[in-house]
Each structure stands twice: as structure tokens, then as C-alpha cells.
Design a protein around this ligand. Structure first.
Ligand SMILES: [Cu+2]
Length: 352
């Protein structure tokens, strides 16, 4: 999705809206925005056929750094990893601990780092919005989102007393029927088949979002526009087809346009907004799934946890020393520090 790419960069970095966003009075009722206000995720979601086709070009070919191994990985291990548990395997108390921590973050003051963020949760949405052009449609996508999700998990623990790990949503088991997951119920995150209307049930009912839509900032409601014909494409076949690709860059591009894009667009509205989709708390469960698929690909060979290939937004090759930044919300790390989730830097794994 190179469409409007340079415009997007200008909007995010050169535009005045992030700097000039003056505090506005919180609306008493979250205003609904028309669907046209939300930019569709990843202009080119790919089909299962595309995912299976080894010749389907999802990224430019480049050399794999076969011998650029991570020297610290042999020595550094984590002995007590956090376990990220799939939603259905999590107890109600485990689910509630996570949801309460997210709500806690939404109730805490913004740091002030992001002028458009109105609470601490929105600091993370604003971070994602600002870096969107850097970390989508290029090979940084998977590795950067791994660190974003980790940053979120770590902030929940540090600032809201959360002692658990991020839950994730096995969308391959609910492909085409997300509405049947208890995630999208009045007990938890609220409904999905809302036709673009505001979420009015569940623990995030009537949430107002101040970051987005797109690179702009207008108060709007947490809304969804569930479409089962789109979430049908988060099935295990498309995940496997992408994970059958041997280079990191090819797999990452396939994942981004595959289950990743279909999950975003299939939940719809806020979630289909490439810039500000973290405004919907299900973003984190979705990206847990995408990161877990990445880890499964990495489990095939040690080299997949110690080498990297692909390029960044401007075509520079990624190396183990390439910096991954969350703009100071957590320390900068090297790609080599976070390639292996079982390193001392991250130290987590998925329950399956
Ligand atoms: Cu993203």
C-alpha cells in the first residue's frame, strides 16, 4: 500500500495537527464519525491464493544475512518467561485483571509527550499514529509491533499494577465468526457487528477516542463494523501459507497483508484505521495473535531467531543493530535484542 505514502509521512511528521492539537472539552456523548473518516487498513489485503503463491511478490528481494548471528543469544536466556495465554484458556479473573488494567490506563493522565493524547492509554495510540508510516508496509512491521505490544504490556504492569501477561486472540479458531468469541460480548469488549456504530456494551462502552482518525485528531467514539466475510480470511490456511515463506521479509509482508489486515478490516471502523487502530483495545489481542504467528515461524530454525533481512521504509537493509524505537516510552533496543522472545530483554512466550 504505497498509495498516499508520502502524504502520510507529511501528515504525520510535517503536519501541524499533532503539534497544534489544542485541548478540547471532552464531549458528553462520544460523537460517531462516518465510515469514510476511517482509512482502510493495508490497501492490499492478500488472498489465500496470493499467500500460497511463492512467486507473489510481497517485498523486494534482498540478501539474507546468513552469518550475522546474534552473539549474546547463547549466553542470555530467560528462566521465568511471562506466558501470554489465549483468551479462551484464560480464567475470568485473568481476563478481568487485563481489562481492569487497560481501563486503569485509560483513567490515568497522559504523560504530555503527545499533545493529542488525553490519557495514558492514548499515549500508546499517539505513538502508533506518529510512527505509522515507518512501521507498516515495510519489513519493520512485525519486529516493531512486537516491541510496541511489549511496551504496552510493560506499562500495564508498571503503572496499573497488572501482574499478568497480554492475552491473545486465536483468530484462526474464530475465522468468519469473531462474534461468537466471548471477547465481543457484553461481559468484555462489547459487540462487533455494529455497522460502524459506537460500542455501547461491555467494559469499554461509550469510550471516547481523541487520537485519530487517521493522522488527524477529532474526538470520536470507539466503534466497530464487523464483517464475517473479512474475518473468514484469518484462518489457519493463510497463517500457514505465510509461515511457509522462508525469508523474514517475505513472511512479514504476507502476514501484514494476510491475517493482520483481514483481522483489522474485519473488526472494522476504529480497527480498520491504520494510524489509530490501537484506540480499540482488541488491537492488543489481535497483535498478540500476529506476534504469536511470527514466533511460530521462528520456532522452525534457530537462524530465524538470530538473523534478520528486509528493508525499512527508505530501503535501508535491516540488521541486528537496527534500532527499534518507541520514542522513549521504553528504551531503544536493537533488532538483535528482541528477535528472540525468550531473550533477557523480552522473556515471554505463548501458551501455544
Ligand atoms: Cu500498526
Amino acid at each position: 500500500m504505497r498509495l498516499s505514502f508520502s502524504t502520510a509521512v507529511l501528515a504525520a511528521f510535517g503536519g501541524s495537527q499533532l503539534v497544534a492539537a489544542a485541548p478540547q472539552a471532552a464531549p458528553s456523548l462520544a460523537p460517531k464519525l462516518p465510515m469514510s473518516e476511517f482509512e482502510k487498513f493495508s490497501g492490499h489485503p492478500i488472498s489465500l491464493e496470493d499467500a500460497k503463491n511463492k512467486d507473489f511478490n510481497t517485498s523486494s528481494p534482498e540478501e539474507t544475512l546468513k552469518f550475522n548471528t546474534l552473539l549474546v543469544s547463547a549466553a542470555a536466556t530467560c528462566s521465568n518467561p511471562r506466558i501470554r495465554t489465549e483468551w479462551d484458556s484464560l480464567s475470568n479473573s485473568g481476563r478481568q485483571a487485563f481489562v481492569s488494567a487497560v481501563r486503569c490506563l485509560m483513567g490515568r493522565p497522559a504523560s504530555g509527550q503527545w499533545a493529542n493524547a488525553r490519557n495514558r492509554y492514548e499515549d500508546l495510540v499517539a505513538l502508533h499514529q506518529a510512527l505509522t508510516p515507518n512501521v507498516h508496509s515495510n519489513s519493520k512491521f512485525l519486529i516493531w509491533h512486537r516491541y510496541l505490544v511489549y511496551t504496552f504490556e510493560d506499562i500495564l504492569r508498571d503503572e496499573c499494577g497488572f501482574t499478568g501477561s497480554l492475552p491473545w486472540f486465536d483468530e484462526s479458531r474464530y475465522a468468519g465468526r469473531f462474534a461468537q468469541s466471548s471477547i465481543f460480548s457484553g461481559s468484555w469488549f462489547g459487540g462487533i457487528a455494529l455497522g460502524g456504530n459506537c460500542v455501547t456494551d461491555g467494559q469499554f462502552a461509550r469510550t471516547t477516542l481523541n487520537v485519530g482518525p487517521g493522522p488527524n485528531n477529532t474526538p470520536h467514539c470507539l466503534a466497530r463494523n464487523g464483517d464475517a466475510s473479512k474475518t473468514a480470511n484469518t484462518n489457519s490456511q493463510i497463517v500457514s501459507a505465510c509461515n511457509a515463506r522462508t525469508s523474514y521479509a517475505d513472511m512479514a509482508a504476507c502476514s501484514e497483508g494476510g491475517a493482520h489486515a483481514w483481522g483489522h478490516n474485519g473488526i472494522g471502523a476504529v480497527m480498520s484505521d491504520v494510524y489509530a487502530s490501537p484506540g480499540d483495545p482488541v488491537f492488543w489481542l489481535h497483535h498478540g495473535f500476529i506476534d504469536r504467528n511470527f514466533r511460530i515461524w521462528q520456532n522452525v530454525a534457530a537462524s530465524r531467531r538470530t538473523t534478520i533481512d528486509g528493508t525499512d521504509r527508505v530501503g535501508n537493509r535491516l540488521t541486528l543493530d537496527t534500532i527499534v524505537s518507541v520514542n522513549g516510552m521504553r528504551p531503544n533496543v536493537r533488532i538483535g535484542d528482541i528477535l528472540d522472545t525468550m531473550s533477557t530483554t523480552l522473556c515471554y512466550k505463548y501458551n501455544y
